[in-house]
Design a binder for this molecule. Structure first.
Ligand code: 0GY
Length: 306
């Protein structure tokens, strides 16, 4: 049996999350989460940049129920490379309550793509965060995008805000819906109406096929999880950024926990408190319903969407 040693300093997911005070609307979707292994059953990829703790499908489904979600979108984590078996196994054991986003290589066959589709995969992820993956040539990614477009899938992109100018033309050439992870990772120390975030807003304005996950306050925040006396909330520096996206693009935003939160360095969030962050960024019941139910259902379960 393969034994894995976690990356030094690795923070494990929070074992006993609070029951959220915010009651999620019926049918809510956690639209960004992962499974890790377990490594003994689904070994981590040789080319991985980190070795995580285990985070199994059973633990993911227990979290879903504890928080009050109905469904999950399981996104292939880079520690599994292009071996989607742990993610696919989670989809197959979800009773139809999970769909997935895979990582694939150009060498994947049509039959293998079909098999992923049958399991519930509806997208591929292209990752441009240099600490997570090695470079993949753009022509290979465009070829993959062209093939998965025929299945009705979308492309999820993960990049750092400073890299958007250089990636703009490539992203513009993608022929599918394009979903951006974590609002394109803005530097939230900069003004919400400054040039960096304005560029991202402009990117969404100019491309009606682009959606954004308003996820990962715990990853983006510099002020951190502690609500100060008299201050509004945890992760208060992220609120104006996420709120801007939710209010400007109410029909093109998604929310997820990002459980089990890979590569956090200073704290591990209580996922219950992350759910309590939602009403800070989606401030009306109408916006909350779009963010948590209507939008993810339209993208991942169009056959069941209202
Ligand atoms: C996230 C963020 C990260 C990692 C991954 O697939 C991954 O390894 O996505 C990160 O380290 O920023 O979305 O989980």
């Amino acid at each position: 049996m393969m034994e894995f040693q976690k990356t030094p300093g690795w923070l494990d997911w929070y074992a006993d999350p609070a029951k959220p005070t915010f009651k999620l609307p019926a049918g809510s979707v956690d639209a960004h989460c992962h499974v890790f292994g377990p490594g003994a059953e689904f070994p981590f990829a040789p080319e991985r940049k980190y070795t995580p703790c285990d985070a199994s499908k059973q633990q993911l489904f227990a979290l879903r129920d504890q928080l009050g979600f109905s469904r999950n979108i399981v996104v292939q984590a880079t520690c599994h490379g292009a071996d989607n078996s742990a993610m696919v196994d989670a989809l197959r054991h979800s009773g139809g309550r999970a769909r997935g986003v895979a990582t694939v290589k150009r060498s994947i066959s049509d039959a293998q793509l079909q098999e992923l589709h049958q399991a519930g995969v509806r997208g591929v992820r292209f990752n441009f965060v240099k600490r997570l993956v090695d470079f993949t040539p753009k022509d290979e990614l465009l070829e993959i995008a062209g093939r998965i477009a025929k299945l009705g899938w979308h492309v999820v992109i993960y990049f750092e805000a400073v890299d958007l100018p250089e990636l703009w033309d490539f992203f513009s050439a993608l022929p599918t819906i394009v979903v951006v992870d974590h609002m394109g990772r803005p530097d939230v120390a900069l003004p919400v109406d400054g040039p960096q975030f304005e560029l991202f807003v402009k990117f969404m304005q100019q491309h009606p096929n682009v959606w954004s996950k308003v996820t990962c306050p715990e990853r983006l925040s510099l002020t951190g999880p502690k609500a100060l006396a008299g201050e509004q909330a945890a992760y208060r520096d992220v609120i104006p950024f996420a709120r801007r996206i939710v209010e400007t693009f109410p029909d093109r935003c998604l929310w997820g926990t990002d459980w089990p939160h890979p590569n956090l360095k200073d704290h591990m969030p209580d996922d219950g408190l992350l759910v309590d962050f939602i009403p800070q960024i989606a401030t009306t019941t109408a916006l909350q319903h779009k963010l948590l139910v209507d939008n993810p259902m339209r993208l991942y379960w169009p056959e069941q969407a209202a």
